[in-house]
Design a protein around this ligand. Structure first.
Ligand SMILES: Nc1ncnc2c1ncn2[C@@H]1O[C@H](COP(=O)(O)OP(=O)(O)OP(=O)(O)O)[C@@H](O)[C@H]1O
Ligand SMILES: [Mg+2]
Length: 254
């Protein structure tokens, strides 16, 4: 299996991007894969999900955007409390890039590191900025978590424009976009309708199995660990395991 990079992104906030990065990482690691996480969102929530915080002055992935010259991201790698999962933490005090951002800056810096991991997951902020372009320009595949509500199709559609832009201009290795519904309850008519609209617009093959609503996911964040290590029998764990199989099929097939 060659090393793969998966970006988790959506322009909309609060769609379970970080929850997915944290819990998918745990599911992948449980299958024996070495996982690197890149916390590109300055909220630093992926790090918090594992109890990792970069103190002021410690190296982070955001050092790439400081304009201080060559940065070796290897210096920023931290182990997490989950075996096989390492992280490049965020700088929670980062207030924006110094100067122009090279569109392939992250891709170039990640290449030597990502080769040591079966899969690298990049968590992104809910914005369409230069850092999102950096994430997409690094990735082989993009996972778009979304709630099933009326604006879901619009939100994924807006994001898809950034995806196609990067895939056709900057990154020929970006070969797939998958949509994953979250907080799913198909007893709700609006959710069934939103799912149908997503299928009609983006194609059934782009839709992955969803994650049901499970408050335990939020509780696990409070304990700074993936849910698997807190309540292993939760329904969200079953769902993330199924998702993990589908993600592996998608990313290792390309
Ligand atoms: N399947 C789920 N069931 C119930 N709550 C969930 C589920 N998935 C995520 N949540 C909750 O939804 C909220 C938003 O999740 P999360 O922080 O992962 O979203 P995000 O897309 O990373 O947000 P942001 O855009 O701010 O980075 C959190 O409180 C999280 O615990
Ligand atoms: Mg987040």
């Amino acid at each position: 299996m060659s090393a793969r990079i998966l970006a988790v992104a959506n322009r909309k906030g609060g769609t379970a991007k970080t929850t997915t990065v944290v819990n998918l990482a745990a599911a992948l690691a449980a299958r024996g894969l070495r996982v690197l996480l890149v916390d590109l969102d300055t909220q630093g929530h992926t790090g918090l999900g594992f109890g990792v915080r970069a103190a002021s002055g410690e190296p982070t992935v955001h050092d790439l955007y400081r304009g201080t010259g060559a940065v070796d991201l290897r210096d920023a790698i931290r182990v997490t409390n989950v075996p096989q999962v390492d992280i490049l933490p965020a700088d929670r005090g980062f207030s924006g890039p110094d100067g122009a951002v090279a569109p392939l800056g992250l891709a170039t810096a990640l290449k030597p590191l990502a080769a040591s991991y079966a899969i690298t997951l990049i968590d992104t902020a809910p914005t369409a900025d230069a850092l999102l372009i950096n994430a997409l320009a690094s990735a082989h595949h993009v996972l778009v978590p979304t709630q099933l509500h009326h604006l879901a199709v619009d939100g994924v559609g807006q994001f898809a424009r950034s995806y196609f832009h990067v895939a056709t201009t900057l990154n020929p290795d970006l070969r797939g976009l998958s949509i994953m519904p979250v907080q799913v309850d198909l007893r709700i008519t609006m959710q069934r309708e939103a799912l149908q609209r997503l299928e009609a617009r983006f194609g059934r093959e782009r839709l992955l199995p969803g994650i049901r609503s499970d408050i335990a996911l939020a509780e696990a964040f409070g304990r700074e660990m993936p849910l698997k290590y807190f309540k292993p029998r939760s329904r969200a764990i079953q769902d993330y395991d199924v998702l993990c199989s589908h993600v592996m099929e998608k990313v290792f097939a390309i």
